[in-house]
Design a binder for this molecule. Structure first.
Ligand SMILES: Nc1ncnc2c1ncn2[C@@H]1O[C@H](COP(=O)(O)OP(=O)(O)OP(=O)(O)O)[C@@H](O)[C@H]1O
Ligand SMILES: [Mg+2]
Length: 343
């Protein structure tokens, strides 16, 4: 994938004065036992840092004291059981949800409490592929992919056409540009979402389960696209996924969330070799271990912490479909109603 002439920056630490999390990505003492102190420091500078991020909906604490850095110009994957707060984490990074405590730096800017207008500017650094695809149902794939360029750039329609078609070709959708999202398969929607997320050459690309609902071959194909795009753009990729095979293929770093907390964040190799029972169980996909069948109803939820799922419903709330619209502002897809989206 084309998308710009930026280069990978590992090792090219710059001075930004970003008071990021101490000593690079760190493990918090999560469930499954405390982790050893980190033995390495994030290479180069982090492009995003989270420090002590805590978020609750009513009495349901979804994220608790989450601290890690996202290294610049690399691919980071976040995993964790369903309902453990991964999408909420992503929406906090985009400023669509605000943490109750903690701080988040994006490329040197502390975004918690930032004014909406400034936040809008920060979001331009992002391309986002939401969990549900969040394509506009009433627009053709062409118009969906073109949308961020029309929204955020002054390019002429001729220039836009050139960029859109190049991206469409790279994701294999060139012959489907006139179709509406409702007329194409799930995999094609994902690829259109990927093309839209990348079309403005963003510095940071966030993917929320880009591979859910796809067959293994398509997942492998999508992974290749993601890898190529990351390599060629040097952008920072942040991927939320359940797919361990994908993570092994694409990630440089990974973190695992479990019961509101970050169990550990480290280089992929270190995570794969880690003997933490939560991490081992999750990576092996085993039924035996600390992660219960219905994790959110697990009897081992710490005393005093209300059972998850008892908070307010997501629909319409912050971070719900309407917020997803707002986040697509990061990608140029703002100011549309949720009815206009197709999943
Ligand atoms: N806007 C909201 N209002 C209230 N509760 C919310 C809201 N958004 C998320 N939640 C709750 O926060 C918890 C974590 O949700 P989240 O969507 O982040 O899970 P997830 O880890 O992404 O799960 P999955 O892997 O299934 O996508 C869930 O219990 C969810 O119901
Ligand atoms: Mg999710």
């Amino acid at each position: 994938m084309r998308l710009g002439g930026k280069r990978n920056v590992e090792g090219a630490a710059g001075q930004r004065g970003q008071p990021h999390a101490p000593a690079g990505p760190v493990a918090s003492a999560g469930p499954g036992g405390p982790e050893e102190a980190p033995t390495w420091v994030a290479p180069g500078e982090p492009i995003i840092s989270l420090a002590g991020v805590t978020k609750a909906f009513g009495s349901h604490t979804v994220l608790e004291d989450v601290t890690f850095d996202i290294p610049k110009g690399r691919t980071t994957a976040i995993l964790g059981p369903s309902g453990t707060g991964k999408s909420v984490l992503l929406k906090n990074i985009l400023g669509l949800l605000t943490p109750d405590r903690g701080q988040i730096w994006v490329d040197g800017d502390q975004i918690v409490g930032m004014r909406e207008r400034k936040l809008y500017e920060v979001r331009k650094k992002f391309g986002v592929l939401f969990q549900d695809g969040a394509l506009f149902g009433s627009m053709s794939l062409y118009d969906n992919i073109a949308f961020p360029l029309r929204e955020h750039t002054r390019k002429s329609e001729r220039e836009i056409r050139e960029v859109v078609l190049r991206n469409a070709e790279l994701v294999g959708l060139l012959s489907h540009m006139k179709k509406l999202p409702g007329e194409v398969s799930g995999g094609m929607k994902k690829r259109a979402g990927l093309a839209r997320a990348m079309v403005t050459d963003p510095e940071i690309v966030l993917f929320d389960e880009p591979d859910s609902g796809l067959d293994p071959v398509r997942v492998a194909y999508l992974d290749e696209l993601v890898q190529t795009a990351q390599r060629e753009t040097g952008a920072t990729f942040f991927v939320i996924t359940h797919n361990i095979d994908s993570v092994k293929r694409i990630a440089d770093y990974m973190g695992i969330l479990f019961r509101s907390r970050l169990v550990k964040f480290a280089r992929k190799g270190e995570m794969l070799a880690c003997d933490n029972p939560v991490i081992q169980q999750f990576l092996a996909g085993r039924p035996e271990g600390p992660i219960g069948m219905d994790e959110m109803a697990d009897d081992t939820v710490p005393a005093g912490r209300p059972r998850p799922g008892t908070g307010p419903a997501t629909a319409g709330g912050p971070g719900g479909p309407a917020a997803a619209n707002g986040a697509a502002a990061a990608n140029g897809a703002a100011r549309r109603t949720s009815e206009d989206q197709s999943s």
